[in-house]
Design a protein around this ligand. Structure first.
Ligand code: DX5
Ligand code: ZN
Length: 218
């Protein structure tokens, strides 16, 4: 099963509730929420109170991407705010295993991610502990950047490792620079959860979601 996870970083924050209703009604399964701390990445986005306040706008899965130093410190707060999936960066955790265990202890799905420069082997030891692996296809921090094509080799490498370990129920997500032109290629490489920000929220959002879903269900 494929899932679309529109990244609200590119949404109109003035009308966030309405934007959520639009992607929900148009058929997106997840909502991708980018949390940035100005330290792990050179940008600051939104945090716990915003997630709490938009939780009532949709029943869709909150896919929370933590781009923050030592996320273990805030897992409980994000879980209580309404996160369904919590993704942490392998580069930002001193103790990755403890961080993933903490996520699961709050009944959230746990996911691990890695920056474009980090090799796939950095996440291999954690594959049996996660529900999803997120492959970053841009350097995290900003929406609207150009897709790094080499990320697809990493997707294939991770997919192969999952198959070898009989972990084929682990989802593979991609994030950064995905658009209607490269979408088919990305799915072919083995991705089944697609994050898209600018390609969804620029122009007619409902129409964009439908176009993505069409490619993703064919
Ligand atoms: C980048 C974020 C992405 C971003 C994607 O740091 O993790 O989720 O919003 O935006 P697009 O799809 O525009 O590259
Ligand atoms: Zn993201």
């Amino acid at each position: 099963m494929n899932y679309l996870s529109p990244s609200i970083l590119s949404a109109d924050f003035k009308n966030l509730g309405r934007e959520l209703e639009i992607i929900d009604e148009a058929g997106a399964e997840y909502v991708h929420i980018d949390v940035m701390d100005g330290s792990f990445v050179p940008n600051i986005s939104l945090g716990i109170p915003v997630i709490k306040s938009i939780r009532s706008a949709t029943k869709k899965v909150f896919d929370v991407h933590l781009m923050i130093d030592e996320p273990i410190r805030y897992i409980e707060e994000f879980a209580n705010a309404g996160a369904d999936i919590i993704t942490v960066h392998v580069e930002s955790c001193q103790d990755v295993k403890a961080t993933l265990e903490k996520i699961k202890s709050f009944n959230c799905k746990a996911a691990i991610t890695l920056n474009p420069k980090t090799p796939a082997k950095a996440v291999i030891p954690y594959l049996s502990m996660v529900d999803m692996v997120l492959v970053m296809s841009v350097n995290p921090g900003f929406g609207g950047q150009k897709f790094i094509p080499e990320s697809l080799d990493k997707v294939r490498e991770i997919k192969k490792a999952l198959e070898e370990k009989n972990l084929t129920n682990v989802n593979i997500e991609i994030d950064g620079g995905i658009n209607i032109e490269n979408l088919a290629r990305v799915l072919e490489a083995g991705v089944n959860v697609v994050v898209a920000g600018s390609a969804i929220f620029k122009g007619d959002t409902a129409e964009n979601v439908k176009k993505f879903k069409e490619v993703m269900s064919s």
